[in-house]
Ligand binder design. Structure first.
Ligand code: SF4
Length: 333
C-alpha cells in the first residue's frame, strides 16, 4: 500500500482540533517563552507531573525578563522535585545567552534556538512550529513510535536519518501548530507504547500496523534498576539546617544536600543523634537507598572544608534547590 503522507498529516490536524489536549496550560496561552519552559520540562517527564511545576514556575517567572534576573540557585529551587536537574541548569545557561546575544528576547531563528543549551533538533523544531508557526519536523520518543508503526518497521531497525526524513514528510505546512501538538498527543494518548487504541486512531486506514500491534497483558514489568547507596548526616539546630551545595557531577549536581555521614565524624562531640531514617527513593533508571542520621546541635558551628555550605534558616528552605527525598525528609522534621 502506498501511503499518502499529506493525507495522514491532515488527519492528524483534524483529529487534534477535535480531540487534542487544548487545556494544557502552555497551550492556552502561547508565547515562545512558555513553550520553551514546557518543552524543557516535558523532556523525560510526563505531562501530568509537569503541569503543577509549569504553573508554579510561570507564576514565579511570568516572563523571560523576570527569569533573566534569577540566579541558578533560584531556578534550581523552582525545579526541586521535578528531577533531571541538568534541565534547570540548561535553562539558566540559555537565559544568560538570550540576555547577552538576543536582547532578552527569545530568538526566532532555528539556528539560534538550536544553539541554546538543552535544545536539540526536535525541541528546536517544536519551538519553531508551536511558537513561531514555522513548520519544522520533530522527533521525540512518541513521534518515533507513531512513524515506525505507520510504516510497520521496528524502531530499532530504523536509522535516525530515515526517521527524520519521514517526520519531515509528515509536517503540515498549513497548520504546523495543530499538526505538531496533534502528533505529540496521538503518540501520548492513542498510539501508546503498550496496547494502542487503533479503533480510536484517525490513521487506522493508512497505518500498516493498525490492529496488529501485539497486546501486552502485564505492562508494568519490574525494571532491573541499579541501586545506589547514600549515607547522609542531616544536622539541625532549633532554627537552621546544615546543608552543602553538591559540586560533584552526580545526579544531584548543584543542589543543596546534607553532608555525607563520614564528613561529620570529626564533629561527633557537638552532635546528638536523634533518629535514623532508611528509605528508598525511585528514579526512572535507578533506585536510591538513603540512610540518614538526623542530628541535633545546640548551636551552629564552623566546618573545616572547602565544600560550600550554609546553615540555612528553616523558614528560608524553599529558596534553595533540593532533591525531592531531602525536601520530604526536612518537611517531616
Ligand atoms: S492505527 Fe494503531 S498502530 Fe497505527 S498509528 Fe494508529 S494507534 Fe498507532
Amino acid at each position: 500500500m502506498k501511503q499518502d503522507f499529506k493525507k495522514i498529516s491532515s488527519q492528524v490536524v483534524d483529529w487534534y482540533l477535535k480531540n487534542g489536549r487544548h487545556n494544557l496550560p502552555w497551550r492556552k496561552k502561547v508565547t515562545p517563552y512558555r513553550i520553551w519552559i514546557s518543552e524543557i520540562m516535558l523532556q523525560q517527564t510526563q505531562v501530568k507531573t509537569v503541569i503543577p511545576y509549569f504553573n508554579a514556575f510561570i507564576k514565579k517567572y511570568p516572563t523571560l525578563q523576570k527569569l533573566s534576573l534569577a540566579t541558578e540557585d533560584e531556578i534550581l529551587a523552582s525545579w526541586s522535585g521535578l528531577g533531571f536537574y541538568r534541565r534547570a541548569k540548561n535553562i539558566f545557561a540559555a537565559k544568560e545567552i538570550i540576555k547577552k546575544n538576543h536582547s532578552n528576547k527569545f530568538p526566532s531563528q532555528f539556528d539560534s534556538i538550536i544553539e541554546l543549551p538543552g535544545i536539540g533538533r526536535s525541541t528546536a523544531g517544536a519551538l519553531m512550529s508551536l511558537a513561531f508557526l514555522v513548520p519544522q519536523p520533530i522527533l521525540d520518543g512518541n513521534v518515533k513510535r507513531v512513524i515506525s508503526r505507520l510504516i510497520r518497521k521496528n524502531i530499532a531497525a530504523l536509522k535516525e536519518k530515515d526517521l527524520w526524513e519521514l517526520s519531515t514528510k509528515l509536517v503540515n505546512s498549513e497548520d504546523c501548530f495543530s499538526y505538531t501538538q496533534g502528533i505529540m498527543d496521538l503518540g501520548a494518548t492513542v498510539c501508546t507504547k503498550a496496547n494502542p487504541t487503533c479503533n480510536a486512531c484517525p490513521l487506522n486506514e493508512s497505518c500498516l500496523s493498525a490492529f496488529k500491534v501485539p497486546q501486552q497483558v502485564n505492562v508494568k514489568k519490574a525494571k532491573n534498576k541499579k541501586i545506589i547507596l547514600m549515607s547522609f548526616a542531616l544536622v539541625q539546630t532549633k532554627k537552621s539546617l546544615l546543608l552543602t551545595k553538591n559540586d560533584t557531577e552526580s545526579i544531584w549536581s548543584s543542589l543543596w544536600i546534607p553532608f555525607e555521614n563520614s564528613k561529620m565524624q570529626s564533629h561527633a562531640n557537638k552532635l546528638e543523634l536523634t533518629r535514623n531514617e532508611k528509605f528508598r527513593h525511585e528514579l526512572t533508571h535507578r533506585s536510591l537507598d538513603l540512610d540518614v542520621n538526623i542530628y541535633f546541635s545546640s548551636k551552629e558551628f564552623k566546618l573545616d572544608t572547602n565544600q560550600k555550605y550554609e546553615w540555612i534558616k528553616k523558614d528560608r528552605i524553599e529558596d534553595y534547590g533540593m532533591p525531592k527525598p531531602i525536601t520530604k525528609l526536612i518537611q517531616q522534621l
